[in-house]
Write a protein that binds this ligand. Structure first.
Ligand code: FCB
Length: 442
C-alpha cells in the first residue's frame, strides 16, 4: 500500500465532523431488558454464528455506557454514531436508556448521532412479515416519531437506516444474516420497503422539527474482472445491486433501468416520491472495492460469505493487496474513486457526503495495520475533497470491538479492545493515533 504514513494527515476543512460508530445489537447486551429481535432468534439457531456466540451480553454497553462515553471524550471526537434498538424502544423503560446516553454524550461535548434502524427488527414485526411487508415501513415511521419526540430536544443529527443493501442481500437473499431468509432475487421487496421506510422516516423526523438527516448506505467501486463483455455485464449488474439500487431512489427519485418493474406495490412513482424526500447529507459506509466477473458455475466465498453458483455474477480475488483479518482487500484509493465516481454520476443532485463507516478487522493491541488502514483512507478521503467532492464528516467503524454478526466475536474492528471475559476496555495503538490525529486537526 502506497502511503505517506508518518507525515501528518492533511488538514480537513473547519467544521469537518469526526466521529466513531457502533450499533445497538453489537454492543449493548442487556438482552433481558428488551423485546427479542430477529438477531436473538438467528443467533440461537445452531450453526448461524461461526463461533456459536450471541450478543446477549456483548460489550455490556447498556450498563457501562458512562465508561464508553469517557473513552469517546478522551478520543476527542466531535460525534458518536450509535443505533437505537427498536425492540428496546418497544419495551418498558427502553427509551430511558437512550435518554441517559444522550445526556451523557451532551455533557461530554460529544454530539449524539443515532441511527434509527441497524438490522435488529423486533420479532413481533418479523412474525407479521418483516421487511417483506409494506406495513413494516409504516411501523418504522411510528418508531421514528416516538424516538424523535423523546430525544429531539438534544439530538440534532439523525440517520434513518443502516445499509439496507446488506440487510437485503445478507439477511434476506443469502440467509447469512438474520432473519436468515434465502430468497435470492425474491428478496427485492425488502429493498423497496426499507427505502420506503427511509423516506417515511425523513418525513416523520421533519414533522418533529429535525433538519439534519441522512442515511448510511454501503457502497464500493465494482471492478470488472476483465474487459470481456460477460465480465463487464456481470460487474455492471453487481454495481446496480450494491450501489445504484440504493443510491438512485434516494438521490434521483428513480430506480436504475429495469429495477422499478420488479418492485412490489401499486404505485412505484408515488413511492419514489416518498423515498426521494430530500436528505441533508448522504452517508456512505465504505470498506473495500469488489472485483466481479461472469458466473463461473461454482459456489464461491467472499470475506466469509458463501455465494451460490446460481447468482448472475461471481466475486473474484483482488490480487496483490494486503487483506484484513476478514479477508477484505485494503485499497484506500478506491475510496477516492468511489467518491469522485458518485460526484461524476450524480452531479448537482448529490447531497454533501458523510463517511458513516470505515474501518478494518485486525487482532492485537499494537494494531499498526489498523493505523495504516486509517491513515491511507484519510489521505484518500482528503484527495477526494481536493478533487471537489463535498464531504462533511468521517466516522471510524468502530469505537470498540463488538459482536460482528455472523462472525461472532472473532472479528475485531475496535479502536478500543474489549476483553469479553472481564469486559475490560483497553485503548489500542490506533485509539492513540486517532486521538493525536484529531488534535493535529485542531
Ligand atoms: C457494516 C455494518 C456494521 C459492521 C461493519 C463491519 O456492514 O454496518 O454493523 O458490521 O460492517
Amino acid at each position: 500500500m502506497a502511503t505517506d504514513a508518518g507525515d501528518p494527515i492533511p488538514r480537513f476543512p473547519d467544521g469537518f465532523l469526526w466521529g466513531v460508530s457502533t450499533s445497538a445489537h453489537q454492543i449493548e447486551g442487556a438482552a433481558d431488558a428488551r423485546e427479542r429481535s430477529v438477531w436473538d432468534v438467528f443467533t440461537a439457531e445452531p450453526g448461524r454464528v461461526k463461533d456459536g456466540s450471541t450478543a446477549a451480553v456483548a460489550c455490556d454497553h447498556y450498563h457501562r455506557y458512562p465508561e464508553d462515553v469517557a473513552l469517546l471524550a478522551g478520543l476527542g471526537v466531535g460525534a458518536y454514531r450509535f443505533s437505537v434498538s427498536w425492540p428496546r424502544v418497544n419495551s418498558p423503560g427502553g427509551l430511558d436508556f437512550y435518554d441517559r446516553l444522550t445526556d451523557e454524550l451532551c455533557a461530554a461535548g460529544v454530539r449524539p448521532v443515532p441511527t434509527l434502524f441497524h438490522w435488529d427488527l423486533p420479532v413481533s414485526l418479523e412474525e407479521a412479515g418483516g421487511w417483506l411487508t409494506r406495513d413494516t415501513a409504516a411501523r418504522f415511521a411510528d418508531h421514528v416519531s416516538v424516538v424523535a419526540e423523546r430525544l429531539g430536544d438534544r439530538v440534532t443529527k439523525w440517520i434513518t437506516l443502516n445499509e439496507p443493501a446488506e440487510h437485503t442481500l445478507l439477511g434476506h437473499a443469502l440467509g447469512a444474516h438474520a432473519p436468515g431468509r434465502r430468497l435470492l432475487f425474491d428478496a427485492l421487496p425488502v429493498a423497496h420497503h426499507q427505502l420506503l421506510a427511509h423516506g417515511l422516516a425523513v418525513r416523520a423526523l421533519r414533522a418533529a422539527g429535525a433538519d439534519d438527516i441522512g442515511i448510511a448506505n454501503s457502497h464500493g467501486p465494482t471492478w470488472p474482472a476483465s474487459g470481456e463483455p460477460a465480465d463487464l455485464e456481470a460487474a455492471g449488474f453487481y454495481d446496480v445491486l450494491l450501489n445504484r439500487l440504493f443510491a438512485e431512489p434516494v438521490i434521483l427519485g428513480e430506480y436504475p433501468d429495469g429495477m422499478g418493474e420488479l418492485m412490489p406495490g401499486d404505485d412505484i412513482p408515488a413511492d419514489l416520491e416518498v423515498i426521494a424526500e430530500p436528505v441533508d447529507w448522504y452517508g456512505i459506509n465504505y470498506y473495500a472495492p469488489t472485483r466481479v466477473g461472469a458466473p463461473d458455475g461454482t459456489d464461491s466465498e467472499y470475506g466469509g460469505l458463501a455465494l451460490p453458483a446460481e447468482l448472475p455474477f461471481s466475486v473474484r480475488e483482488i490480487e496483490g493487496r494486503a487483506t484484513t483479518d476478514f479477508g477484505w482487500p485494503v485499497v484506500p484509493e478506491a475510496l477516492t474513486e468511489l467518491l469522485t465516481g458518485f460526484r461524476d454520476r450524480y452531479g448537482d443532485k448529490l447531497p454533501p457526503i458523510v463517511i458513516t463507516e470505515n474501518g478494518c478487522s485486525y487482532e492485537g493491541l499494537d494494531d499498526q495495520d489498523r493505523i495504516a488502514y486509517l491513515d491511507g483512507h484519510l489521505r484518500a478521503l482528503h484527495t477526494a475533497l481536493e478533487a471537489g467532492v463535498d464531504v462533511r464528516g468521517y466516522f471510524v467503524w468502530s469505537l470498540m470491538d463488538n459482536f460482528e454478526w455472523a462472525e461472532g466475536y472473532a472479528r475485531r474492528f475496535g479502536l478500543v479492545h474489549v476483553d469479553y471475559t472481564t469486559l475490560e476496555r483497553t485503548p489500542k495503538a490506533s485509539y492513540h493515533w486517532f486521538r493525536d490525529m484529531l488534535r493535529n486537526q485542531g
